[in-house]
Design a protein around this ligand. Sequence first.
Ligand SMILES: [Zn+2]
Length: 548
Amino acid sequence: MTAIEPGNGLDLLLRRGSVVDGSGAPGRVADVLVRGDRIVEVGDLAALDPGRVARVVEVAGRIVCPGFIDPHGHSDASLLLDGALISHLAQGVTTQLSGNCGASLAPVTETGRELIEREMGDLGGRVPLDWTGFADYLARVESVDLGPNVAFLEGHGTIRGAVIGPSDRAPDDQELAAMVRHLEEALDAGAIGLSSGLIYAPGIYAGYWELAALVAPVARRGALYATHMRNESAGLFDALAEAVAVAWGEEEGPARLQVSHLKAGARSVWGRAGEAVEFLEAARRDGLDVAADQYPYTAAATTLAAILPPDLLALPVDETVARLRDPAERVRARRGIAEGSGGWENMAADPGWAAIRITEAPGHRDWQGRTVPELADELGRDPVDVAFDLLADERLDVGMALECMLESDVETIMAVDWVAVCTDATGRRPGHPQLGAGVPHPRTYGTYPRVLRRYVRERGVLPLERAIAKMTSLPAERLGLARRGRIEPGWAADLVVFDPATIADTATVADPHRLPEGIELVVVNGAVAIEAGRETGARPGRLLRRGE
Ligand SMILES: [Zn+2]
């Protein structure tokens, strides 16, 4: 495969595919012609001399659709190690938004450096923090050869950490003003918007007024506020109400709101996904520009530190580790987990320890893939002791999968037109010493093919054209990307060609580092980056700033 030189005449003709254009309209047989990084014609091009086109691909019987736009990713650090993001590119992702869940990698300040290093985890040692502001970070990204296009949110937790560190106190007026300044710098450098992660330290310590103050400059610019809400379990409906209230804001008028990875994520709210959807429908009827995203699995994945009572995380890592080793602290934590405490999403109680599987623990590789009770049984210890020792040994750098959703709730949310498909995953690479390590959530490699296999082809939860719209035009609109997410003349030549009869995810919980099947071509900015499921070596991706 030779890389197509942009701008050199007519570059690529996809002939007689079934074009599903991303709008939700029915597919139709058509030719798609690409010049440089743009689609130039869509229709019957039988009269065009194929000899004029650098490359002609016969795609009869295949779906030709826009490249998938992942509105919820976490590749901020991994793309600096390997810009191909092959786990995503091979699924057909041609644009990924990172900086979600309150965690971005800039600004870096002395006060906030340790929190960012904690966020980077195992990758920290390999990626020197050699930038300061958000613009510097974006410049660093632009120096990388990228597979897909990438874009970024500024993280609320990151700017809070940059100004007041890991502390659980509220910022004073000056500190809040400094946080707003950091955010405005990021937005003006090209951030798509602001993200929050209100179950994670330090975002968890923020109250309404702090969030409203930060959402104001987002609203002013028409940017996006994406939130991993304070609670996706027993407190789901309070958390939805908080997200909507913050988006309505105070003086600046409503911000555009994205509810991240919408779910009914614990036994206490199982069967109530429809009510959550209806809550947001009501906000939409009231005029709020709100939508959501979702990954197509019943398991969640996050950091094991999220099981800890929040006060244990409002400290430098060394002190948290010391507390985790303290017997009195364990008694208190055991009681806290058993009894719950105000608003804290207590995952060890609901869905419970049996739902928690260790996915990444660099110093305990043999524990990866096993549940906490399995380990506790084997060691003859209590689950609290197993989890606390592991967190202490690994200095909090432990990943977990959490089996927390009902399939019927996943399908209820999947059927909604304004819920985009997302991976909620970090870019990976099979066999890579760091990016191929651990047993990450299978969504990392399987999300988009899984929706097309399981929910479209096998279960008929939604028609193909609607599913494609939820992967393309909808997230493009949420991110405010110009002329991406549809197949139309003049729009970006980000394209996927797949076989609807064979497209399938192959990544599983036990064996997640597996690329999907049935994806034949992935085209990014006019260049073929994946062919017959394999990398071509082309790295056509770009940094997309807000409005680009
Ligand atoms: Zn999240």
